[in-house]
Design a protein around this ligand. Structure first.
Ligand SMILES: [Zn+2]
Length: 141
């Protein structure tokens, strides 16, 4: 058995390295494919975890700036404008004087804050995973 260092899923390891795999749950700080791919399984190493924590921390920093700017009305508030059948939606920037500005601002802020919260949880989880790591295999998996 081999598990990815970063997402803890059981992934086949080809020639000792974790095979390519994606995240099932997509959040802002996650890329389409898991950064644990092509790394050593968690049973053998925790070497990818510190860089992943740094990446999340950096993302958290950007996210906090974004939230602050939006709270101070310094970041654009978008809404999806419906263009009609077969044309779909287009992002439109709202002005503070627009009727639905406050509502869209609140819902954007809620989304940013909930992403921030899960990024923090992910970071803590990875830190714990790093701290409790023990070598479980010497390569014969
Ligand atoms: Zn993974």
């Amino acid at each position: 058995m081999s598990h990815c260092q970063l997402c803890a899923r059981e992934i086949k390891s080809k020639l000792g390295k974790i095979a390519h795999h994606g995240y099932t749950r997509k959040q802002g700080w996650q890329s389409k494919s898991c950064n644990g791919a092509r790394g050593l399984p968690y049973e053998q190493s925790r070497d990818l975890i510190p860089a992943e924590i740094q990446r999340i921390l950096q993302w958290i920093g950007f996210q906090e700036v974004k939230i602050k700017m939006m709270e101070e009305d310094k970041a654009p508030v978008y809404h999806k404008k419906y263009l009609g059948f077969n044309k779909g939606f287009k992002d439109e920037v709202l002005k503070p004087s627009d009727a639905y500005y406050k509502m869209y601002k609140e819902s954007s802020l809620n989304m940013l804050k909930s992403e921030l919260k899960s990024a923090n949880m992910q970071k803590d989880w990875l830190q714990e995973r790093y701290n409790k790591w023990r070598l479980m295999s010497n390569g014969n998996i």
